[in-house]
Design a protein around this ligand. Sequence first.
Ligand code: NAD
Length: 365
Amino acid sequence: MVFENMESGEYEQVIYCYDRTSGLKSIIAIHDTTLGPALGGCRMWNYNSEQEALKDVLRLAKGMTYKNAAAGLNLGGGKSVIIGDPKKDKSEALFRAFGRFVESLNGRYITAEDVGTKTEDLDIVYQETNYVVGISESYGSSGNPSPVTAYGLYKSMLRTAKEAFGEESLRGKTIAIQGCGNVAYYLCKHLKEEGARLIVTDILEEAVQKFVDEFAAERVGVDEIFEVEADIFAPCALGGILNDDTIPKLKVKAVCGSANNQLEDIDRHGQMLEEREIIYAPDFIVNAGGAINVADELTGYNRERALAKAANLYNQLGLVFDIAKRDKIPTAKAANKMAEERIAAIKEIRTNFLKNEHNVYTRRK
Ligand code: NAD
């Protein structure tokens, strides 16, 4: 059953981890390390069965391969799950035991925060392994990712504008923003500086008020945001908001925002946007600044470098638009294709290298 799953999804390694003292039951899935060590968070969840946990970790690990590859990171994809209730079952012993299993992989898998785990849990993991990112700032980690995520989003929006309007300027453009949270705040600083007009909404009145006061943004109701006349819609709150109900209402030329999993159904709603001739900037590329920021810890964190890498999302998104045009497919699909093509190209280089009779490894045989 496990091998069947591994074969069909081309997973490299699945590790079951058990520690009697702490009661740790964890699964680590390494999907693909072609581009580099597998980076992906550790989810703690009260799964109903081991089968459910396995299914989740496999799905998430594969998603990380695509996300890291498409963002231009030299990292592969992996993920881990700890089976347990994050409200009741956490202990120092549990996270130290988990850290020892991560350490035993010698850097093939690098863990991070995910649903159910927090910085303080990772600080404990860090007692046992260096293969962890997203630990406390006092340990020299990357801290708040939102300014870097917002910068990557801003650069992506410039690329989206170039695609939609023929020039990469946002001056005079109207941007409709759903969610006045952390990422939106730093995004609006860039947009305001550039001379864009802002329309915002949030379920929290005080969050909206801050944007009205600081950025002279126009406020609208939470349902109205889908129908406003604007150039770009930036979903920066929740997933699943591009769906059968909302897509027909949109009066924008493009969608480019930080929220994860914006399309309720990747195929169906990606296609719907395409048919309405609304350019969709795939969320997992546009919001990859967060991952880029945390991944920079691996080389000794430097915010300037993290920002420079986040700026490169402009180019990654450009490649996605090119592939979408070349293959006549929606951009959401083109993003996956770009990741697959990048991995395939590196795999080919390696295979050719190993086949070469003159290389040092072949000669030693
Ligand atoms: P946040 O919690 O600071 O802000 C989200 C805001 O959305 C909040 O103000 C909330 O009140 C508002 N909101 C919730 N439901 C809403 C609704 N129905 N309508 C309007 N507003 C609503 O979160 P954030 O850190 O700014 O992240 C925003 C999005 O970007 C999230 O989906 C997050 O997963 C994603 N993301 C964030 C980062 C990061 O670095 N922070 C990285 C990658 C992806």
